[in-house]
Design a binder for this molecule. Structure first.
Ligand code: DP6
Length: 349
């Protein structure tokens, strides 16, 4: 027999960035972060997990290619979820798995991203969140989403924020064992549903410096990171929470852009400096800044993760339509600029 479960998890985009760990193994951050979860229809991971007495070992396939599960991050997630596995019974199939059986049974895992892996589009976030959620369903784990987020966090920090929709806060926590470093939902996806997200895929190539090694180098060498974590982010998260709760787009946009720019300033302050944005990214920033200024109040916020792609958050559908028109005019896809495509709604142009 084979027992299977499938889950689908969207990616999330941080508006207050996580950058820097205080514990590399448990993945504990140096500051709180806040993100918005994208619509699951667009950028998501779909993961099927299966268990069978016929399986000889744990195996995993990512986008159809087998990958190694020997890395600590996968092992930590699998171990933590197995610890919480409970009895499962499928009367129709005549299957009964007792709690103690889970230690001996092996898993096969197949995961697909509907967007480029490791291009700075937070694929690891959706990936580990989906893996943990699918396994929790298969193994009848009773922990709630926040408790599961603390397990997903051990796969990839940003993954802990993908277990909820809407706006989500990853509370850094104080405990050494990481037990209080978990995600909570600030507001659900209906709270601010006129926001519209457009992703300008400046390049779908794999990024040169992974987030993991980039943030390690920043922690070791950047003084700006220390200042950011201690002085800037604590105040900014409070302001951001207020902006989100009151749907104050002007404050939201100001804080989002400032935080993205400071994160990239930290990268520049790292030795050797890390460049995630390229000329096209910089031109997009200038374009949005100029447009926002000419309108008198912000229409669009921009934020960039560990890659050159722009995530643009428009205040409403009308602003998104104008934004897209402007972008298509100034940055036509697949032209001599290195802009690949746009992802808007469920269409890629
Ligand atoms: C720039 O979660 O990919 O996207 O915890 O080492 O797996 P690891 O890093 P990861 O870092 C994400 C960094 C970021 C900002 C963010 O999502 O908050």
């Amino acid at each position: 027999w084979v027992l299977m479960k499938t889950a689908q998890t969207p990616t999330n985009i941080a508006v207050i960035k996580y950058w820097g760990k205080r514990d590399e193994t448990l993945i504990l951050p140096v500051n709180d972060s806040i993100s918005v979860t994208l619509d699951p229809a667009h950028l998501c991971t779909t993961t099927t997990v299966a268990v069978s007495p016929a399986f000889q070992q744990d195996r995993m396939w990512l986008n159809g290619k087998e990958i190694s599960l020997s890395g600590g991050r996968y092992q930590n997630c699998l171990r933590e979820i197995r610890k919480r596995a409970r009895e499962v019974e499928d009367k129709e199939k005549g299957i009964k798995i007792e709690k103690k059986d889970w230690e001996k049974l092996h898993l096969h895992i197949a995961s697909y991203n509907n967007f480029p892996t490791a291009a700075g589009l937070a694929s690891s976030a959706a990936g580990f969140a989906c893996l943990v959620f699918a396994l929790a369903k298969l193994m009848n784990v009773e922990e709630d989403e926040s408790q599961l987020s603390a397990i997903a966090r051990q796969g990839s920090g940003s993954a802990c924020r993908s277990l909820f929709g809407g706006f989500v806060k990853w509370i850094m926590g104080k405990e050494e064992d990481g037990s209080d470093s978990l995600a909570v939902q600030l507001v659900d996806e209906k709270h601010w549903d006129d926001l519209f997200i457009v992703i300008a895929v400046v390049s779908s190539r794999q990024k040169e410096t992974s987030s993991t090694s980039g943030m390690r180098e920043s922690v070791e060498t950047s003084l700006l990171l220390q200042h950011r974590a201690k002085e800037v982010v604590p105040k900014r998260t409070i302001q951001m929470e207020e902006a989100i709760k009151s749907r104050d787009f002007a404050s939201f946009a100001k804080l989002t852009c400032a935080d993205s720019n400071q994160f990239h300033a930290v990268c520049l302050d790292t030795s050797p400096p890390i460049f995630y944005m390229n000329d096209t990214s910089h031109r997009i920033i200038s374009h949005v800044e100029k447009w926002n200024r000419s309108e008198g109040s912000p229409q669009v916020a921009y934020t960039f993760d560990a890659g050159p792609n722009a995530v643009l958050i428009a205040r409403n559908r009308k602003a998104a339509a104008q934004l897209l028109q402007r972008l298509l005019f100034s940055f036509p896809p697949k032209s001599d600029t290195d802009l690949d495509s746009y992802i808007i709604g469920d269409k890629t142009i």
